[in-house]
Design a protein around this ligand. Structure first.
Ligand code: GTP
Ligand code: MG
Length: 171
């Protein structure tokens, strides 16, 4: 069966690299480097993450992007040939949601395939609810999935939703 390429994108700290580390059944390739800006964590992806996963009988190749927009040339490179987009957003950092919309517009304009929004950090004390994030991004609520990418039992949830969409529509 042809492997299916999915791009995992979104702003810094949303949990893109965490998701790929949690789910990958093959050794993950990552390119985390020490962050040169104050971003609330020690390292950041500077090129890509790669991992693979078998889900609902389908082999997925997950390509994680950097979150910082100074690496935006990688969004375009990594989205080539992708059949689905997982946009990850932190519920506890509403200030990053415009950046998330910018990334989504950028990727969808070049690679017009279905997307799902994965909302992370919902366990934090002050968060935007998935409904509010859906409204801001202009994404229908049924494509917005709250989950914790650190938890193996939850991490595949948005990808399962994305596979359903890829199976039923072209955009
Ligand atoms: N409390 C909490 N922490 C989370 C959750 N999801 C991810 N994290 C943590 O948030 C951080 C996310 O870091 P990364 O996975 O490096 O984020 P990233 O999206 O790859 O970031 P860049 O590569 O810098 O763009 C990690 O420390 C995770 O353990 C969540 O739902 N709740
Ligand atoms: Mg990363």
């Amino acid at each position: 069966m042809e492997p299916l390429k999915v791009i995992v994108t979104g702003p810094v700290g949303a949990g893109k690299s965490t998701l790929i580390r949690t789910l990958s059944e093959t050794e993950v390739v990552d390119t985390d480097a020490v962050a040169t800006e104050a971003i609330g964590k020690a390292t950041t992806t500077v090129a890509l993450d790669h991992g693979t996963l078998r889900l609902d009988g389908q082999l997925l190749h997950l390509f994680g992007t950097p979150g910082q927009d100074r690496f935006d040339f990688m969004w375009e490179i990594l989205s080539k040939g992708a059949l689905g987009i997982l946009l990850m957003v932190r519920a506890d950092r509403p200030k990053t949601i415009p950046a998330a919309r910018n990334i989504l517009d950028f990727v969808v304009s070049r690679t017009p395939v279905p997307h799902v929004v994965g909302v992370t950090h919902l366990d934090q004390p002050r968060v935007w609810q998935p409904e509010e994030i859906a409204l801001f991004l202009g994404t229908p609520l049924e494509r917005v999935v709250g989950f914790d990418p650190r938890k193996p039992e939850e991490a595949a949830r948005p990808l399962a939703r994305l596979l359903e969409l890829i199976g039923t529509e072209s955009v």
